[in-house]
Ligand binder design. Structure first.
Ligand SMILES: CC(C)(COP(=O)(O)OP(=O)(O)OC[C@H]1O[C@@H](n2cnc3c(N)ncnc32)[C@H](O)[C@@H]1OP(=O)(O)O)[C@@H](O)C(=O)NCCC(=O)NCCS
Length: 203
């Protein structure tokens, strides 16, 4: 019992530290976005936010560029440093899976737990809700990636059972040699976009 109490006390303190770091960092974070053929990407490369060719790799997020259509890339910065990134694209289109997906979301290990992932997702939701014809956004998360699941949940995503998509994604990872033995879960967030506009940038 004493051990359990201690663990609880320590995890309470860890949570408090996380909240404090989040408060301090929040006003310093900036989220930048650009479509993958935008001229700003040259500047992003110059600043070291993306490496040569990374824009393409991010956009494609494991799918060949020409099959994935257009993408919007997001980079979070803290002063001069890049601390997070993700892409929004129809990245599973080549597997016959429709929809716009968040892919390649990574936060710099040194600042994980400080609100960068949440900020990234909030901005992705905000941008997606201004894109015509996008009613929801999707992501696949490995079942044992609790932090990622929590990040998506905290940004309003919910688990959606899609065994058909899960199977296709698992098969794809197998073909690419990424056999983890773990299932990918599908999460989704509904967004309110302008229903009057039908041909979005991902069309
Ligand atoms: C997943 C990832 C992007 C999250 O980014 P992050 O900046 O660490 O997340 P945040 O600080 O915004 O925290 C988001 C939520 O997760 C919780 N969280 C973050 N780190 C945590 C940890 N180590 N333990 C428990 N909860 C944690 C936060 O409390 C918050 O939840 P809340 O809003 O309910 O309080 C980041 O951990 C990462 O890059 N992981 C490796 C790559 C990866 O797994 N990418 C996702 C692929 S789908």
């Amino acid at each position: 019992m004493a051990i359990l109490e201690r663990i609880n006390r320590w995890s309470g303190r860890i949570e408090a530290v996380r909240r404090a770091r989040r408060r301090v960092m929040a006003p310093l974070l900036r989220v930048h976005s650009a479509s993958y053929d935008a001229p700003e990407l040259r500047e992003w490369e110059r600043r070291g936010w993306i490496g040569a060719g990374e824009a393409c790799r991010l956009a494609a997020a494991s799918a060949p560029r020409e099959e994935c259509g257009r993408a919007v890339l997001f980079v979070v910065t803290l002063g001069p440093w890049k601390v997070g990134r993700a892409a929004l694209s129809p990245m599973w289109r080549h597997l016959g899976i429709p929809g716009i997906w968040v892919g390649g979301m990574v936060v710099e290990p040194a600042v994980r737990g400080s609100g960068v992932g949440r900020r990234l997702l909030d901005e992705i939701v905000r941008v997606a809700s201004r894109l015509p014809g996008v009613g929801e956004i999707w992501a696949n998360v490995r079942e044992d990636n609790q932090v990622s699941l929590r990040t998506f949940r905290s940004a309003g995503f919910g688990l959606v059972p899609r065994p058909d998509w899960e199977a296709r994604i698992a098969e794809h990872y197998l073909r690419c040699g990424r056999r983890s033995g773990k299932r990918d879960l599908i999460v989704c967030r509904t967004i309110k976009s302008d229903p009057g506009l039908s041909a979005g940038p991902f069309g």
